[in-house]
Design a protein around this ligand. Sequence first.
Ligand SMILES: [Mg+2]
Length: 173
Amino acid sequence: MFRLIYPYAYLDSVFDIDYEKLRELGYKAIIFDIDSTLVPHGADTTDEIDELFVYIHNLGLKTLFLSNNSAERIQDFNRNINSLFIPMANKPHKPNYLKAIEMLDVNKDEVVLVGDQLFTDVLGANLCGIKSILVKYLLHEHEQHLAIGKKRQVEKVLLKFYKQRFPNIKKMR
Ligand SMILES: [Mg+2]
């Protein structure tokens, strides 16, 4: 059961992912969560994020935003990026993960998902047989002093356990 909520790799941020290596490993597409993965929840895109996607697209990798947030939020975030996207994705339920693969026109083993939550992003990916990369969740500055929620606390314990058991988790194999 635990396997279902564990990611393939765990990195500090989307800027630590070796996208060239992913391409070398045969990946053709990346599915991204937006909120708390690319920017804090509900925040606008940044120049760094826009540039990151230019870089990823120039490598020949396709992208798709799979978000539980609204179409308006994603369209606005996506205005300079021009990625495929699915709003109101109802993660971790499978249908929109499978729709994402179809829209990207790739096989399951040619796509990797990047997200910040074990119980939505990673669980759904595992249920569909898609590899996932977990990144540390981003908070707004005003949230950083607040106590973290129950779900985040559980995630923290699980990740600690996982890192002890699988010390290579941080490396992309
Ligand atoms: Mg998120």
